[in-house]
Structure formats: C-alpha cells, structure tokens
Write a protein that binds this ligand. Sequence first.
Ligand code: 6GU
Length: 249
Amino acid sequence: MNYHIFTLFPEMIEQGLNTSIIGKAIEKELIRLNLINIRDYANNKHNKVDDYPYGGGAGMLMQPEPIYSAYKAVVHQHKETYVNKKPRMVYLTPQGKTFNQEMAEEFAKESSLMFLCGHYEGVDERVLEEVVTDYVSIGDYVLTGGELAVMVMIDAISRLIPGVLSNKESTEYESFQDGLLEYPHYTRPYEFLGKTVPDVLLSGHHAHINKWRKEQSLLRTCERRPDLIEKASLSEDEKKFLKKHCKNL
Ligand code: 6GU
C-alpha cells in the first residue's frame, strides 16, 4: 500500500505513524508513506500557501495552486500507477462521510491512496473539485486540521493489510468484525483487587468458553452500544437471551 499524504505538517504524521505496529509495517515495506509538504510547492518567494477568503469572514484559506502543483507532481512521479486509473484522493473534513470499519475494509483493497489534509479555515473549493474523490470525516467534532484524522484512517486501514498484524486471529474475533463488541479479557494474576477470573475461562471446556464469550459480547453491546444491536443479525436464541438479560432490549 502506498499512501501519499499532502500536508503542511509532514513531521507530525511521520512522528505519529513511525511507532509500534504501523512503524513495523513501514520497516517491512508492507506500507509506504510518501509525505508531501504542500509548502514545497508554494509559487512565491515567501512560501505562502494561504490567503484571505473572498467575500470576507474569519480566518485564512489554503490556496489552490500549491495543492494542485503538489498533486500533479506526485501523479507524474507515479505515472505508471495512474496511467489507466484515476488517483483516489481522500479529503479529510468534518463535512465528509463518517469513517467506519466498513470503509476501512474498502480502502484497504486499494494499492495506493492519496490524502489531503486541510488547515486554517479550509481549502479553496476549486482544487477540491479537481482532485478529491472521497470526502471523509472521522466523527462529529471539529479538529484544527486533517493530520490527526489521516493518522486515524491510516492506522485503521493498515492493520487490515495482510502481514501487518502478526497474529492472524487478531482480526477475526474483534470488535465490529461481526457487528458486536468484543467480550472481556483476563490474564494473570488469577486474583486482582479481590476480583477473580470467571471460572469458565479456567475450565478448559472450549464450547462453554465460546458460549460465555458470545453472551458477554451480546450483553456488552446491548449495554454500551444498543445502536449496534439493531443492525446486528441475531439468532432467535440470541434475541431471547438479550430480552432476559439486557434492560435496553
Ligand atoms: Cl477528517 N478533519 C477535520 N479538520 N476535522 C474533523 C475531521 C476531519 N473529522 C472530524 N473532525
């Protein structure tokens, strides 16, 4: 996976993604980060990339030319990739479609993705119309820029790429994979602050353990995220179990 990220703060993204599992994936060349500093494409001596909005109003806007020049340069540098394929360019904005696991899975199928991080009050509309294919938000709140949002997206997408996570199971039984939250986990010590590990987990009886975990997933989802229960496809037995044990149903 090749990520091309257009930003005014490349070092922020570099620092944020060079650690832990994503850092390892970069080392192993399972993913590649191409950070493009939009300021390098400023068309003036002062490296200015922002200006006042026409019509007035608060703040500054990112000008279209540096973004477009940067975009054109990257498309040219990778012209074999884009010869019969339009670049997929995600613009991070609170006005976008809300990012979720399903979208992460969709993006993970691509072999290259571009991201444009806005700053100040936003970006001149004309360059967005020209280059952006996907408008994505990471939630209903306002950030100062798209950098944290792109890090969130790249983390969520990259962990779905084969080889990035070492333990194959770890993407199989986790939260959201079947539309439910994960069951609780326990490790040593057996007793902590007077609380012991549920006995079923020490029973060695795998059918019982799986049944208990499924019930815990159902209960936890019903209590913490009842909105997910409505979307999950539950069996009649599972619905009966929740009617009996969860006040939200
Ligand atoms: Cl993707 N960008 C910005 N600037 N703010 C946001 C966001 C994105 N998602 C939620 N708030």
